[in-house]
Structures are given as C-alpha cells and as structure tokens.
Design a protein around this ligand. Structure first.
Ligand SMILES: [Fe+2]
Ligand SMILES: [Fe+2]
Length: 195
C-alpha cells in the first residue's frame, strides 16, 4: 500500500525525492551542530549512505523517465549525472577524512553547497517537468520503485542481479563505499551488544 502525504493523496516520486533532499540537509545541519568527532563521523557516514541510495534510485528509475518524457531530457540528465559524479567524489574524500581535522568540515561545507545546488536544480527544474509530462499514477508507481530500490539495492551487491549491474554502471566507484558503510550501520543496529 502506498503512503499518503499531508494532503491525504498518495505520495509520488517527487514527494519522496524532495523529502530525501530535506533529510540530507538536516543531516548536514546536525554534523555542523555537534563538536563531537565520533558523532560527526557517524552522521557523515549516514549522510553518505542516504545520498548514495537516493542517487542510485534516481539514476535507475527517475532519470530514464526524464530522458524519455521531458523535452531536452537527455541534456538535463547528463547535467544531473555530472553533478552526481562530483558529489560522489566529494563523499569519497569525506569518507577518508578524520573528523577531528579541519579538512573534514571543509568537505562537509563543500558537500552542503553541491547538494543544495543539485537538489535546488531538481526541485525547480526537473521535478516540475516530471509532473507536467507524466501522469500522476505513473509518478506514484515510480515512487514505490524508488523506495524499493533505496531499501534493496545498496545492501545486495550480487554481481548477477540486474539491479546491481545497473548500479555499477550508473554510480560505479561509489557503490563499494556505500556497501561498506551500510554493512557497518546495519551491524551497529543489529548487534545486541550495541556494536
Ligand atoms: Fe540527483
Ligand atoms: Fe535528488
């Protein structure tokens, strides 16, 4: 069964992706709001995983729809994917940075700038065009696919699974990193000793 939004209608893919964007910005606010290095590290890892799941789901189900149904969609998607690549590169550096060092917060600020810019583009340009050119029921359906991709794709990197193939094709170098982070987070949540 699909979720409903505050207006009481089924959420569509735009509702879901927009709320993801808000979660990302909120996580960055929490990183900036704590002086504690361990907490900063954990929040940054959670942010990286959230951004990766979101970007993978967009590239699997949303960007192809933009290419097919939005005028000049191919150009818009090309631009968006370039920005995803930049964001992934930045996150790989953030993954390696020490939370106590100056570089860590510099990377967080840079990432904040890029994510805000990219999310702003999508919310003001691509998402309204999706709603203009694709019937609402299709967008609700696409939202369900996106939710499933976010849950399944990064934690199941079986080489033979079509999802994962697409994954490696679209996000490439970021995927291994996310798998490791997700493993760590999953382990932490399921370890009875508190991990
Ligand atoms: Fe995106
Ligand atoms: Fe997005």
């Amino acid at each position: 069964m699909s979720d409903t939004n505050s207006a009481g209608t089924n959420v569509d893919v735009v509702d879901i992706l927009t709320s993801d964007h808000q979660d990302m910005i909120e996580l960055i606010g929490r990183i900036k709001g704590t002086p504690d290095g361990t907490e900063r590290r954990d929040l940054a890892d959670a942010l990286i995983a959230e951004v990766m799941r979101h970007a993978v789901a967009e590239e699997m189900f949303v960007y192809p729809a933009i290419e097919d149904h939005v005028p000049n969609g191919k150009e818009e998607v090309e631009h968006d994917k370039k920005e995803h690549d930049e964001i992934v590169k930045l996150m790989k550096r953030l993954e390696k940075a020490e939370a106590g060092e100056q570089e860590f917060m510099e990377l967080v600020h840079e990432l904040e700038g890029q994510l805000t810019h990219h999310a702003g583009d999508e919310e003001s340009e691509q998402f309204p065009k999706l709603r203009l050119h694709i019937p609402r029921e299709k967008l609700v359906e696409m939202g369900e696919k996106v939710e499933n991709a976010k849950k399944l794709a990064p934690t199941r990197p079986h080489p033979s699974a079509p999802h994962s193939e697409l994954f490696h094709k679209t996000v490439g170098p970021g995927v291994g990193m996310v798998d490791r982070i997700l493993d760590k987070l999953t382990h932490r949540h399921t370890d009875p000793k508190g991990g």
